[in-house]
Design a protein around this ligand. Structure first.
Ligand code: HEM
Length: 486
């Protein structure tokens, strides 16, 4: 049922809850993202409002409206959310919280704590020298992991746990350098316990009691990052971490608050990257057609060398991974199907969108990906099916880039996407060429998604996928490595 907002008739139409006052809240808590998807497909409105205990949220359900929103990144802001929720999630001191919330949009000049941190990431992770250096480190660490894989030949593993551990290490080694705190397994475990419990920590009320597991894990993680900063870890890390460290120093942030901010930072680096890696591996191995196509394309990046004693060296050239349009299409299609979470924006001031919709200050805008990613008018008649060539076919056709939400969009388009794509595609290319993954149960079945952590764009699998890892027949022996040349 549609209705009007209490304050203004110009706000987007309100959908009234079936149970007065609490209906929407209960719907969101019980159904999570599905609640928005079902309202969007039932009412087919481009933009609508939900009254949540007196406050309101606006739900976006049209690419045109989304583009209007993305044109106003300072009024309809993601940075404000990062500052406000980041401070709470980190458990910052009052003083550091005030600094983080001061000028988060950079409109009073680009010298604020948040703006400086964002610039450090955006500038150092776009294609160029700093990113090349990270990719070289990534290639080195992936090589180490590949060499260790020989010892795991024939082993049975939980695929999610396995990908999570390996890729957390590769990612954090490339980012934090030789003093990477994640080398300790306990730090990795604390990170995931913290990341999995963000919603509880953000709920705010007495987090030490209500969000006990996440709180404890975060405090352990803070200690690990304090140690890292005390040992001047950032001076040996990638340029992005060093630039962020300088930024924290410029703003007089204490060691403890720096460590707290780093806990939140590491969520941006890892929380969507690792599930993406899992789903790409899953789609690659669970379908024989996908696997043989992927092997064919990955072999174009393979260099085989022999030494005098006849030893084989198999080298994957990661430098060219993102130039392979099929591989990129494979990753994008994986994200189209699996990046089912929702983007957010905060209404910093009353804003009249396109002269049509009044958005009220201090409201939240929610952009549920699922509707965008399953719209047949954008993706064709079979949007539920994994089609590795879909993005290749659509290249050059008139698909609005805002329709693909895997890396978000507009001014906040994920700055880590180049690194993440290279890393994930390199890993799956080597795995597909050199290994077989056999499902322990005898056949692959889709594990479903675990949507309990609503802050994720890419949810992890809901059920276990147990596989046996084997060197691929005909590809035994030889030494694998990855190289990245500039
Ligand atoms: C496959 C892996 C990844 C996925 C799917 C992903 C996805 C996203 C998405 C959906 C957003 C929100 C954009 C928006 O709302 O418009 C985002 C923002 C962001 N991501 Fe990623 N991300 C990934 C990897 C990374 C990595 C590896 C890093 C850094 C090393 C990173 C750093 C960031 C940052 C800093 C932002 C905020 C940008 C801003 O507000 O200006 N991400 N990412």
């Amino acid at each position: 049922m549609l209705g009007r907002g209490s304050n203004s008739q110009r706000e987007p139409p309100f959908i009234l809850p079936t149970v007065p006052f609490v209906g929407h809240l209960v719907g969101i808590l019980l159904q999570k993202r599905k609640y928005f998807t079902s309202l969007s497909s039932k009412y087919r409105l481009s933009l609508y409002s939900l009254d949540l205990l007196g406050g309101r949220i606006y739900i976006v359900n049209s690419v045109d409206v989304l583009q209007l929103i993305q044109r106003l990144p300072k009024k309809l802001s993601f940075w404000f959310i990062e500052a406000k929720f980041g401070a709470k999630l980190a458990g910052l001191s009052k003083q550091a919280e005030m600094k983080l919330l001061d000028n988060p949009q950079g409109e009073k000049g680009d010298h604020s704590l948040l703006w400086g941190a964002m610039m450090a990431i955006h500038q150092n992770m776009k294609p160029g020298k700093s990113l090349d250096q990270m990719n070289q480190d990534m290639a080195r660490h992936l090589t180490t992991i590949l060499r260790d894989l020989d010892a795991e030949d024939g082993e049975t593993v939980d695929l999610w746990e396995w990908v999570m551990h390996k890729m957390t290490l590769v990612t954090t080694e490339s980012i934090y350098g030789p003093l990477n705190p994640f080398r300790e397994k306990a730090v990795e475990d604390n990170f995931w316990d913290f990341s999995d419990n963000t919603a509880m920590l953000l709920a705010g009320f007495m987090p030490k009691i209500i969000a006990r597991k996440g709180y404890k894990a975060r405090e352990e993680l803070v200690l690990a990052f304090e140690k890292y900063f005390a040992a001047a870890g950032p001076t040996t890390a990638c340029n992005m971490i060093e630039a962020q460290w300088q930024n924290k120093k410029t703003h007089g942030i204490s060691m403890n608050d720096s460590a707290r901010l780093e806990c939140v930072n590491s969520i941006a680096f890892l929380a969507n990257t690792i599930p993406t890696a899992f789903w790409v591996v899953f789609h690659a191995f669970s379908n024989p057609t996908n696997l043989s196509r992927l092997r064919e394309e990955a072999s174009k990046l393979l260099i085989i060398q022999n030494d005098e004693s006849g030893r084989i060296f198999r080298i994957l050239d990661a430098t060219r991974v993102r130039d392979n349009t099929f591989l990129v299409s494979f990753l994008e299609e994986s994200l189209r199907l699996q990046a089912l979470g929702a983007g957010n924006r905060y209404v910093v001031e009353d804003t009249l969108l396109d002269g049509r919709y009044l958005l009220k200050k201090d409201s939240l805008i929610i952009i549920p990906n699922e509707g965008f990613h399953s719209d047949p008018s954008i993706w064709g008649a079979d949007p539920k099916i994994f089609d590795a060539d879909r993005f290749l076919r659509l290249k050059g056709k008139k698909v609005n880039p805002a329709s693909f939400r895997g890396f978000g969009g507009g001014a906040n388009l994920c700055p880590g996407r180049f690194f993440a794509m290279t890393e994930v595609l390199t890993m799956v290319s080597v795995l597909a060429l050199g290994y077989d993954l056999e499902p322990y149960s005898g056949r692959w079945s889709y594990p479903g998604e675990d949507h309990s952590n609503m802050s994720l764009i890419v949810p992890p699998p809901a059920d276990k996928v147990v596989v046996r890892l084997r060197r691929r027949s005909g590809w035994e022996g030889g030494l694998w490595s990855v190289r990245y040349e500039v």
